[in-house]
Design a protein around this ligand. Structure first.
Ligand code: PLP
Length: 394
């Protein structure tokens, strides 16, 4: 069904951030030739004309494997990640599972103990029924990875950095070297870092993954996922085949919304990271906060590595509340401005008692509250949390 893509038109070498700001994608400019619109169109068609001589010279055949608006958004993301290609999916989970499904039965995967809980659960619970086994290790310890690798059998090493919900930092270059030496691929969930603060492919990763639901969209209004590859090799072709066969491609309108979201990605995440850093410092002095987990704080175990491998520390942090689980749940119940909800990366700040959602195998302590810092005034965010923490100790 899938025809080879035609070569992209030659574009001037604008920087990825410039291209994202103008949603340029595959074209030198997205300015629409018929109307001169400065916003790209949405291509809704599910099927495309075949040429009279039976060819598909447009490069488009059918909407399940491919779509022009999806390609446009993929090209912007590929630019931001320094990738050869990107592929959009209907969710982050669809993107992550497509990588593993593309490995096939008999493959062995090494994943971190600390990672997005639902994907860990799928790896440990569902994937074995498909003949794919996973071992989870402390990925911040390269020796732990070395010990878990099964020579000839390990096909994929999965990394999430910074990782949920302790924001541990994994050394991508070191892990890439170990994975490659064993003949395995390295995939990095870079949802929290965003392409603004980290570019895993440049550090040796083969695939980078995003829950685009989060910062790439930035407005908590679309579920989507993305992969981007260093090389469009055989594994990448199998991933695209999984996407097509499982019907996991993102819809055209959602892809258009992603183009819109990525236009403001840079400015949003820098502001969120600035506010997160301010909150981390102030909450670190709070009498009812036992500790703050944020890779931008010098006391964080991953601080030095984060400073080396990232250009910013991101908008996510966690606090451990004095008084334990009940105090943490109580504080989350009393906030007025922070939204008590799961997810992250939106314009509104979210607070979550993470142990309530993570279930078995999670390293999340019961007194931990996860904070996704939005775009509100950080003073308001601090005051709201301060009130909520103090009220429990009045
Ligand atoms: N990876 C990370 C780090 C996440 O936080 C999430 C969702 O919370 C996912 C992957 C899964 O993405 P989605 O919810 O878009 O399927």
């Amino acid at each position: 069904m899938t025809e080879p893509k035609p070569p992209a038109p030659k574009a001037p070498s604008w920087k990825p951030r410039t291209r994202a700001a103008q949603a340029m994608g595959t074209l030198p400019t997205h300015d629409e030739p018929v109307t001169g619109a400065v916003v790209p169109p949405v291509h809704m068609a599910t099927t495309y004309l075949r040429d009279p001589d039976n060819q598909y010279r447009s490069g488009y055949v059918y909407g399940r494997p491919d779509n022009a608006t999806v390609r446009q958004a993929e090209a912007v993301l590929a630019g931001l990640e320094g990738a050869e290609q990107a592929a959009l999916f209907g969710s982050g989970m669809a993107a992550a599972t497509a990588v593993v499904l593309a490995l096939g039965a008999g493959a062995h995967v090494v994943a971190p103990r600390e990672m997005y809980w639902a994907f860990r659960h799928w790896l440990l619970d569902a994937a074995p029924r498909l003949g794919i086994k996973t071992d989870c290790v402390d990925m911040t310890d390269p020796d732990a990875l070395r010990a878990a690798i099964r020579p000839g059998e390990t096909k994929l090493v999965w990394v999430e950095t910074p990782s949920n919900p302790l924001w541990s930092i994994t050394d991508i270059a070191a892990i890439a070297a170990i994975a490659h030496e064993a003949g395995a691929m390295l995939a990095v969930d870079s949802t929290v870092a965003t392409p603004v603060f980290a570019q895993p492919l440049k550090l040796g990763a083969d695939i980078v993954m995003h829950s685009a639901t989060k910062y790439l969209y930035g407005h908590s209004d679309v579920i989507a996922g993305a992969l981007a590859c260093a090389r469009s090799d055989e594994l990448w072709s199998r991933i695209l085949a999984v996407r097509s066969q499982h019907g996991a491609i993102l819809g055209p309108f959602e892809a258009w919304l992603l183009l819109r979201g990525m236009r403001t990605l840079d400015v949003r995440v820098r502001t969120q990271a600035e506010s997160a850093a301010l909150l981390a410092v102030r909450l670190g002095r709070h009498p009812h906060v036992a500790s703050v987990l944020y890779p931008g704080l010098p006391a964080h175990p991953g601080a030095a590595l984060a400073a080396r491998q990232m250009t910013g520390f991101g908008g996510m942090l966690s606090i451990r509340v004095t008084g334990g689980e009940a105090a943490a749940i109580g504080a989350a119940a009393r906030v007025e401005l922070w939204k008590r909800a799961t997810s992250l990366g939106g314009a509104e700040s979210l607070i979550e008692h993470r142990a309530s959602i993570e279930g078995a195998n999670s390293p999340c302590p019961p007194d931990l509250l996860r904070l996704s810092v939005g775009l509100e005034d950080p003073e308001d965010l601090y005051n709201d949390l301060d009130r909520a923490l103090r009220a429990g100790n009045a």
